[in-house]
Every structure is written in C-alpha cells, then in structure tokens.
Design a protein around this ligand. Structure first.
Ligand code: FAD
Length: 444
C-alpha cells in the first residue's frame, strides 16, 4: 500500500516535497497543508504586519523592494529553471510566479489544502516497528473545527518566515504568541526596556519610507541584514550597520556606517561594544528566527536548545521517529536545490530504496558533526549553519541515497557571486549570469 505522507507547508520546501511524493503514486499519497490562501510561503509579499484577517500571525517576511540575494540561475530547483529573460537578480513577485508555475507544472494544487492550519501532530505506535501519525488541522476561518487524519509519515516544511510581534513590548508579545509558528529572534540587550525609540524586527520590515530622516541601527549583517540596511539607507538620515562579524570590506553608501555589535541601549541612544555612543531613533533587528514547531506534540520528542534541533540525522531525519523529516533546517545555504536533495534523500529512505543507518550510528554521526563544529570554535547555536559545508553535505546525501547530485555549476556560481557580494554589497546585483552547462557558467 502507498505510504500516506502529510506535508506541512506549501512554500518552496513543501512544494518540492509534494512534487517528489506525487511523482511516485504507487509508493506515496500526499496531503499538503498550508494556512495561507496561496502557495509560495514567504514569497507572498503583503503590506500587512502583525496579524492577518483570521487573527493569525502574518507569514511573509518579504519587503517591498526586495531583489533576490542569489541569481535566479542558482536559486532554481534542479531541472526547473526560471522561464524568464529578466536579469539574474529578480524581485519577489518573480519568485512567487516561479513557485506558482512549479506547482502548476507538476500538477500539485490538487494535493494542497490551502487556508488550512495544522494544529497538532501526534505520534502513535503501531504493530512492530511501525508508527502512525495523527495530524490535526482546521480551516483558518473556523479554528474550532478540527479534523484529524492518519498518516504514515510527516514532512515538516513550515519555514521560518512567520510571527512578528511588532513594536517594542517584545517580552510580553512573545509570551502572548508563544503558541504560534516560528519566532523572530529578539536578542537580550541591556537597556532595551528603557529605550524610547521604535524597535522593529526585519520580519515586519516592509518599506524604507517609514525611516525617512531617521537615525537607524540595523543589528545583524547576514545577507538579509546587509540588504535591508542598504534599502533603509535610501530614506534614512543615518544607518549604523552593527555586527560582530569581521569588518565588511565593501563599498557602502555615505550614510551607512559599520559599527561593532551593541553593548547597551540608552533611552535615545545605542552604545556599541567599543564604548562609542550614538543617538538613534529606531533599532531594526535583523537577527533571524528561532526554530519553532508549535504543532508538534510532546510525543514527537523534538528538542530545541540553543537553536539546535535534536535528534536529527543529517539535519533532516528524526532519529527516534525516522518517518518524520524536517526540510530546510540548515542555514546559510542555497535553499531550493538543497530542499530538493533533502526531499529525495528522505523519500529514498521512506520507500526502502535506501536503508538508514542504525539509530546508534545516526546518533554518533550527528554528535560527530556537532563536536567538530565546537572544536572549530563555533558556538552551539551554529549547529545547523552550513555555509561552505553545504556542498559536501548535499553531495553526501546524494551519494548515500544514490540520487542525482546538484550540478556542479550551482556551487561554482554560488561561490562566485559570494565573492562579488563581499566586495560590493551595494552593486553586486547589477551583474548577470548564464549557465552554459552543468559545469560552467558565464558572467555576462
Ligand atoms: P516558507 O516559505 O516560510 O513556507 C512555509 C509555509 O508553511 C508557509 O506558507 C506557511 O503558511 C506554512 N505553515 C507554517 N505553519 C503552518 C501550519 N501550522 N499549518 C499549515 N501551514 C503552515 N532564498 C533564496 O534562494 N534567494 C533569496 O534571495 C532569498 N531571499 C530571502 C529574503 C527574505 C527576506 C527571506 C525571509 C528569505 C529569503 N530566502 C531566499 C530564503 C527563503 O526562506 C527560502 O528561499 C524559501 O522560500 C523557504 O521556503 P520554506 O518552504 O522553507 O518556508
């Protein structure tokens, strides 16, 4: 009998899961749930922040002027290029259209229950080694009408672009919203309570105009933080790009100043780690998200500590419940191609084509990976950060399960654009690229 698989989320990761599941109807049947009214997840831009018309947290973290921070040539899923003659760095509407066309091309809409929120996932032991999953869900417009359906496997694809308590009464709001979805990560900063300016998380950032003439500290300089700082600088009087990374050796607009991380806040000012103080109006937090799976019941036995999810084999498969997978946990990666490998790896195991190692072996593999990071001086919260390791990781998954590798050209172009970006975070998106074959690309 075909295995019944629940997919939670119809963003890029969930669509990819639905595509590969539906390709093997003899092996799998699929139901994909998404609380939004459309597919595409975080790429559904909305002006709205806070809560939506169903009193649920707004899911999208997109801002109006966003252009992708990767060229579309590397963003694409394998064997499904962007069908557009547009420049390499596209706007968010283009990515949404791409995901919609992916769903249409692979005929996925019939498997997707939109406007449907998963409220609970419960593990139920069955005969022998087998395990069943009860997935409870409700329409977003009638949240008391809960139904429960039985599945053989669950793929968690709920992303992290969700819930954004806005305003500065962060502590209270986080408690209020604790039971919902992914949580923006609010660092603890001494003096935050006394700060009289506005505190905004990047999840709620939409347009630069509200920063007109203001002095802004943008805390965090990962890809999104850098891009948002540049966007804000088009309207702000002054932007302090505050971070603890090595100093960015890049061109910056005149009104953007790099600073160290934040030591404390005063009522109207910020004190950087070197003791320097500056007056500011707004603190913009580009500090990322916590992993958060409020719908997993305790019997799913998922632990999250210090931004580390355990027990996961290859950042992906639940070691104690190997019929549960989490797509998209690694950070600092090329997302869509990696989702594709993760999905194919998991399904290979689920179908029995590839045999997972024993539990003790999976646990020691995971522990080895974690200890290697610690021995390199990385803090525990970097447990799922891959960065340059992502290619080795992708290849390893592909080789273990004997599935197709991500074409080498993706890595080559990704690494190349990274070089262009670190030299000039303002202008790197003006360049265009073309894939020549599975090995080579051309800079146009
Ligand atoms: P999401 O897109 O967040 O989708 C998750 C889905 O799960 C949502 O639709 C949500 O409604 C649904 N969901 C959550 N909880 C439930 C529930 N309980 N029940 C039912 N449904 C639920 N990547 C790139 O490749 N290039 C870029 O340039 C790029 N720029 C980015 C810029 C920003 C501002 C952000 C936030 C991300 C960017 N990314 C970029 C990364 C992006 O997150 C990934 O590309 C990818 O879209 C993530 O897909 P996902 O499916 O994991 O999550």
């Amino acid at each position: 009998m075909a295995k019944r698989v629940a997919v939670i989320g119809a963003g890029a990761a969930g669509l990819c899961a639905a595509r590969h599941l539906s390709a093997s109807p003899d092996l799998f049947s699929v139901v994909c749930f998404d609380m939004s009214s459309t597919v595409g997840g975080t790429w559904n831009y909305t002006d709205l922040t806070g809560k939506d018309e169903h009193d649920l947290p707004v899911q999208s973290s997109m801002y109006k002027n966003l252009r992708t921070n990767l060229p579309k040539e590397v963003m694409a899923f394998p064997n499904f290029p962007f069908q557009t003659s547009k420049p390499s760095y596209i706007v968010h509407q283009d990515v949404l259209e791409y995901l919609e066309s992916y769903a249409a091309h692979y005929n996925l809409y019939k498997y997707i229950k939109l406007n449907t929120m998963v409220t609970n996932v419960h593990s139920r032991p069955c005969e022998g080694e087998r395990e069943l999953w009860d997935v409870s869900y409700c329409p977003v417009s009638a949240q008391d009408k809960i139904l429960t359906q039985e599945f053989d496997a669950v793929m968690v694809c709920n992303g992290c672009g969700c819930l954004g308590p806005s305003g500065k009464d962060v502590g209270v709001l986080i408690k209020l919203f604790r039971s919902h979805y992914a949580l923006p990560l609010y660092p603890t900063i001494p003096g935050m309570e006394e700060f009289k300016g506005q505190v905004v998380h990047s999840h709620d950032y939409r347009i630069p105009e509200i920063f007109r003439g203001k002095r802004v500290v943008c805390l965090g300089a990962a890809a999104s933080g850098q891009d948002i700082a540049i966007d804000v600088s088009s309207e702000a009087k002054l932007v302090y790009l505050s971070h603890n990374k090595a100093r960015l050796e890049t061109y910056l607009p005149e009104n953007v100043k790099q600073k160290l991380g934040i030591q404390a806040l005063g009522p109207h000012s910020v004190i950087f780690l070197n003791g320097e103080e500056a007056e500011i109006d707004i603190l913009l937090l580009c500090t990322g998200y916590h992993y958060h799976f409020p719908f997993l019941s305790e019997d799913c036995q998922v632990q999250i500590s210090d931004e580390r999810l355990t027990p996961l084999y290859k950042h992906l498969i639940h070691i104690d419940h190997p019929t549960m997978a989490f797509i998209g946990i690694p950070k600092t990666i090329c997302p869509f191609p990696q989702f594709d490998v993760q999905v194919r790896f998991f399904l290979s195991g689920l179908s029995g084509r590839f045999r997972l190692p024993s539990k003790p072996d999976m646990l020691s593999d995971t522990e080895r990976d974690f200890q290697r990071r610690l021995s390199e001086g990385l803090p525990p919260r970097y447990a799922h950060v891959l960065g340059p390791r992502q290619w080795e990781y992708n290849d390893e998954l592909a080789q273990l399960a004997d599935i197709e590798l991500i074409p080498r050209v993706v890595q080559k172009l990704y690494d190349y654009v990274h070089e262009t970006r670190v030299k000039d975070i303002v202008h790197y998106k003006n360049r265009n690229y073309k894939l020549v074959n599975s090995e080579d690309f051309q800079a146009l």
